[in-house]
Design a protein around this ligand. Structure first.
Ligand code: ADP
Length: 442
């Protein structure tokens, strides 16, 4: 049980660490991507704008020529040449009628495509557009820009330019890919490292915890002998000296017996927990009738119940057979019954209901006592947990009972649940799985 607790804590620490690393890497990757891509793209934009400006200065006269020439005759001499250097990707001088009168291009085969996209676009000052075209299987990214040519505020055409940014886009893509892969690798590494580190951090805690458990086991074991000697000594005094003792001494003897009973119970519980931790408890399962067990338990609880005038009611068929470790199931039911009396009010009630179907036996112990506040309900099965010590103080106990009950139920593969309302009472429901062969055996 405690190993499980340590494993859970280790797992939680690793998860926390890994989540922090994931957040860190996601931020790092996105920031790197944004910074690098914006640096590269800002530069490309600027180049596209500069190019548009250059080509404008160089070729606006061609449009002017066309304009004036056009006024007289319709004949224009179109000339588009193949491109000489890697820059620019293309430029086209296009009249307001959509006629290309001059240009230069790297890939004549995509001219149609580009002209199609340009068609109707009148770039404003420093306007830039991202476009893609495919040549064969290759996708090409380019930045489209341009400048309008006006004469006396009359629009006569546009000089469009494009620069090829495929390489830059490729660099940004590769960089993003590399960053993502590296982040995943580092996240993986940090999870492994986090698991290792949290394991190391747990070692001293686990050791201290182990020593403390060993101490509890040894101490409770060592206490058993003196306690039983004390017990038998008191019994001897009681039987042999009772007549000679005065009233006060008899009272002292009674108190001693009570305290001894308490100490013996605590010692046994602690020893039991220590044994369950070291898996030294094995279950011996058998079929047994539950009805006599319930009656016997009620008889055991009666002295305390009578002090508070608590009534028991039992709802179960007398022939119910249960499969499990009889001693442990008695112990489990005693813990629940004892609590239902301890935490009950004067004139309260305790009802015991047992039902079984083909797969399970369901044991319900309900009281009309002080109840358990909702916020405490999920902790009461933990070791040494007591609801608000001040209210439980009136009752002897160390918060061990329900943790033992839970252990027994778990060992049988069953479940234990509580429903409770403060000041109204509590209902504990235990379900124990049963083998289906009862029909043939019972
Ligand atoms: P203990 O009774 O020794 O304190 P348990 O493990 O048996 O320890 O119970 C844990 C806590 O749960 C108790 O301190 C008590 O406050 C609460 N509790 C258990 N059973 C009941 C019940 N039937 N009614 C109200 N409170 C209960």
């Amino acid at each position: 049980m405690n190993d499980k607790m340590f494993k859970q804590t280790r797992f939680r620490l690793t998860l926390l660490f890994a989540s922090l690393i994931v957040v860190f890497f996601v931020l790092f990757t996105s920031a790197s991507y944004m910074i690098v891509s914006s640096l590269i793209m800002t530069k490309q934009r600027q180049q596209a704008i500069d190019l548009a400006e250059e080509e404008y200065m160089e070729h606006k006269f061609e449009l002017l020529n066309w304009y004036y020439k056009n006024a007289d005759d319709d004949d224009t001499d179109e000339s588009i040449s193949a491109h000489h250097s890697s820059m620019p990707f293309f430029y086209y001088v296009i009249t307001r009628d959509g006629e290309v009168i001059k240009g230069e291009e790297s890939f004549p085969e995509i001219r149609e495509n580009i002209l199609h996209r340009i068609h109707g676009w009148r770039p404003g000052n420093k306007d830039v557009r991202y476009e893609t075209v495919t040549i064969g299987n290759e996708k090409i990214w380019f930045l489209l820009s341009g400048k309008q040519v006006l004469i006396k505020k009359i629009y006569i055409g546009t000089i469009y330019t494009g620069i090829n940014i495929t390489e830059q886009v490729y660099i940004v893509k590769v960089l993003t890919g590399v960053l993502c892969v590296m982040s995943i690798v580092f996240i993986g590494l940090s999870v492994v490292l986090g698991y290792y580190m949290s394991g190391r951090a747990m070692v001293p805690i686990a050791n201290a915890f182990k020593r403390q458990k060993e101490f509890v086991a040894d101490a409770s074991h060592e206490l058993r002998t003196p306690l039983s000697i004390l017990q038998s000594s008191i019994e001897v005094i009681e039987s042999e000296e009772k007549g000679k003792l005065g009233e006060f001494s008899l009272q002292v003897l009674d108190d001693m017996k009570d305290e001894l009973k308490r100490m013996t119970k605590l010692t046994n519980d602690l020893l039991w927990l220590a044994r369950s931790d070291s898996n030294a408890i094995t279950l011996t399962k058998e079929w047994f009738p539950l009805f006599p067990v319930v009656n016997e338990l009620i008889r055991k609880c009666r002295p305390l119940a009578e002090q508070k005038q608590i009534r028991f009611t039992v709802h179960m068929q007398e022939d119910i057979m249960v499969y499990g470790d009889k001693e442990r199931i008695i112990q489990l039911m005693f813990i629940l019954l004892d609590n239902s009396v301890k935490y009950n009010n004067e004139n309260g009630q305790v009802s015991i209901k047992v039902e079984r179907n083909r797969k399970n036996v369901m044991i319900e112990i309900k009281d009309t006592g002080i109840g358990i506040p909702i916020e405490h309900q999920k902790y009461i099965f933990e070791r040494f947990y007591r609801v608000d010590p001040s209210r439980s103080q009136r009752q002897q106990g160390y918060g061990i009972g329900l943790s033992i009950a839970k252990w027994i139920v778990d060992a049988h593969g069953g479940t234990i649940n509580v429903q409770s309302e403060e000041k109204r009472g509590s209902r504990f429901i235990v379900t124990l799985p049963q083998p289906t062969i009862i029909e043939s055996e019972g």
